[in-house]
Design a protein around this ligand. Structure first.
Ligand code: GLA
Length: 384
């Protein structure tokens, strides 16, 4: 058996697929097409909801939407998973039944859309892999529903996608995924500062150095609405309260000594991770990939030991990648399953993927899937 590498669709292919699904389902042509990417975070995990720093890139793997407004208040949504949903625009509200419609329809609620519409969604972002398939649907739908006229229109769309995720899908996530899915540029990572509310683009091209970023989807179940993610947020709130701070962004490592047990551990992760993001930006800018790799590994250890959001599958992927020559590796995203990344020499890609697959199969874990991440563009409309 060989390793499975999930290839992204080209934009033409994605558009053709979503156009076909739309026309077959609704028997008419769509009037607007859009797409938005999933993401991997290079570093800066569980910092977004703590006013911190993170450094994600957009994946070349995207979600595609075809949409037409209607003259009534009916909404019909179809996905390539074969599910057709029909309701009214007023049915899409916080508290509605939990399903993929929360992500696909949620942005219509948060954007204040009152008109009905028909929409089709297809995606090559792996689902449930911690690669933000949900943010990709939200962003692609929001762009189709209310195309931004200029760059300034993008932040309100990000905010609408975050509200859809938090309030309609009930996942208390922090905003990194929607921000990068909308603000990403090709060849660049996005340093998101959640205290200053700024995004700074940082060149992130590994191929020039003969390197690549291998993404390992452990295929171990990953969920952000099962309580563990919310629990980490609550522990950070407690750290803030105990320290009497308005924001954990102003916490320092010395503050850790003032806290006890688990709360001290959680704070140590958040404070040290923000520093690692700044160090990673310096390393990327200096093209010092050895240092970048070491920062990846330190981030993983902190997430595993202090924040306790890793899993045996993620640890296995990281350890195996490191044992086979990776410059660095870490879990990426929320954790508790999902995906890991490894910065590797491109020439070793197949060997490292094979070693990881064998290690996972030997340990009785699900067989992982792989993809290669190049920093790609953010959400946009696709011309007719
Ligand atoms: C998930 C959330 C993000 C972020 C990460 C952890 O991906 O959606 O908002 O908190 O976890 O960094």
């Amino acid at each position: 058996m060989s390793e499975i590498f999930l290839e992204p669709w080209t934009e033409e292919d994605g558009k053709a697929r979503v156009s076909t699904l739309f026309t077959q389902t609704f028997n008419k042509k769509a009037s607007v097409f859009s797409c938005a990417p999933g993401r991997v975070n290079l570093i800066g995990e569980h910092t977004d909801y703590n006013d911190g720093l993170c450094l994600p890139i957009a994946l070349p793997h995207k979600t595609f939407v075809a949409l037409s407004y209607r003259d009534d208040d009916v909404v019909r949504l179809i996905s390539d998973q074969g599910e057709l949903w029909r309701g009214k625009i007023t049915d899409i509200v916080p508290g509605m039944e939990q399903s993929w419609v929360n992500y696909a329809g949620g942005p219509a609620w948060s954007l204040g859309i009152v008109r009905g519409f028909d929409a089709a969604v297809v995606s090559c972002v792996p689902l449930g892999a911690g690669l933000s398939s949900s943010a990709a649907i939200e962003a692609a739908m929001a762009f189709a529903l209310q195309p931004p006229q200029n760059a300034h229109d993008r932040q309100p769309i990000v905010d609408a996608c975050i509200r859809a995720e938090n309030e309609v899908a009930n996942a208390p996530t922090g905003g990194m995924d929607q921000t990068v899915s909308i603000f990403a540029n090709r060849g660049e990572a996005v340093c998101i500062d959640f205290f200053e509310h700024t995004q700074t683009h940082v060149p992130a091209d590994f191929t020039q150095a003969g390197l690549c970023l291998l993404v390992i989807d452990t295929r171990a179940k990953h969920s952000l609405s099962d309580g563990q993610y919310g629990k980490r947020r609550a522990q950070c709130e407690q750290a803030k309260k105990e320290l009497g701070l308005a924001s954990l962004r102003s916490a320092r490592l010395a503050d850790v000594d003032q806290l006890q047990g688990i709360i001290a551990q959680r704070l140590r992760h958040v404070v040290s991770e923000n520093t690692r993001v700044s160090d990673a930006i310096a390393a990327l800018s200096a093209r010092d990939f050895t240092t970048l790799g070491q920062l990846f590994l330190q981030s993983h250890e902190s997430l595993r030991d202090d924040y306790e959001v890793s899993s045996p599958e993620l640890d296995c992927a990281v350890e195996t990648a490191m044992a086979h020559g990776a410059l660095g590796a870490r879990m990426t995203g929320g954790g508790f399953g999902g995906s890991a990344i490894a910065l590797i020499h491109e020439s070793q890609r197949d060997d490292i993927a094979r070693a990881i697959r064998e290690a996972h199969v030997d340990a009785g874990f699900p067989e992982p899937a792989f993809l290669v991440a190049h920093a790609s563009s953010g959400a946009h409309l696709i011309a007719e």
